[in-house]
Design a protein around this ligand. Structure first.
Ligand code: HEC
Length: 157
């Protein structure tokens, strides 16, 4: 094979890989059909998680929770986060304000083998840096639990 042919072949092999790597960062469309956690309310205004959130886990992630937080490659977990509607007695969901995702991906060596990604309420990537924005907390709180802080108990309603 001559040089040009070899380069062409290499490009044809690496192009779909590059496209795939990029699409793996986008928010899966079907996550509303995944297993949903109970409703989690944080009323402490000083907390980053002030508001109401729900966790969604796909089948692989549910198996990982059941195994005591040991997750297989590809396991995906998403949180939808809502504001609290002002003026209501007991906390009621207001508008959605952010979505975050973790997907087990062994290429993500600097973040414990997980892809961390943040999105706006509309599902568009918010471009947060996973290492400085996300991983610190998960490493501190859950290094012994495969970096996943929630547990199977969050799905027992
Ligand atoms: C201030 C600390 C902190 C930071 C920063 C943080 N997280 Fe979390 N994260 C948590 C806590 C605490 C939970 C558990 C919430 C619960 O149990 O309901 C959590 C849960 C999650 C979950 C559900 C799986 C799990 O670990 O329980 C995902 C997905 C997630 N975070 C993604 C992200 C992403 C993406 C970022 C960066 C954009 C991020 N997190 C930044 C503290 C943090």
């Amino acid at each position: 094979m001559n040089k040009i042919a070899a380069i062409t072949v290499l490009c044809l092999i690496s192009l779909p890989t590059a496209l795939w790597a990029d699409s793996s960062r986008s928010l899966p469309r079907s996550y509303h059909s995944w297993q949903k956690s109970g409703r989690k309310v944080v009323t402490d205004k000083s907390s980053l998680f002030y508001g109401i959130h729900f966790i969604y886990a796909d089948k692989k992630a549910m198996n990982g929770y059941r195994a005591g937080n040991r997750f297989a490659e590809g396991s995906s977990i998403i949180i939808e986060h809502f504001n609290i509607k002002e003026g209501s007695g007991s906390p009621v969901e207001g508008s959605k304000n952010m979505i975050v995702m973790m997907r087990k991906d062994k290429r993500m060596k600097t973040t414990g083998g997980w892809l961390f990604a943040g999105y706006g309420a509309d599902g568009a990537p918010s471009g947060l840096d996973p290492v400085s924005t996300c991983f610190g907390c998960h490493q501190k709180d859950a290094a012994q639990k495969d970096y996943v802080i929630s547990t199977i108990n969050d799905f027992k309603k």
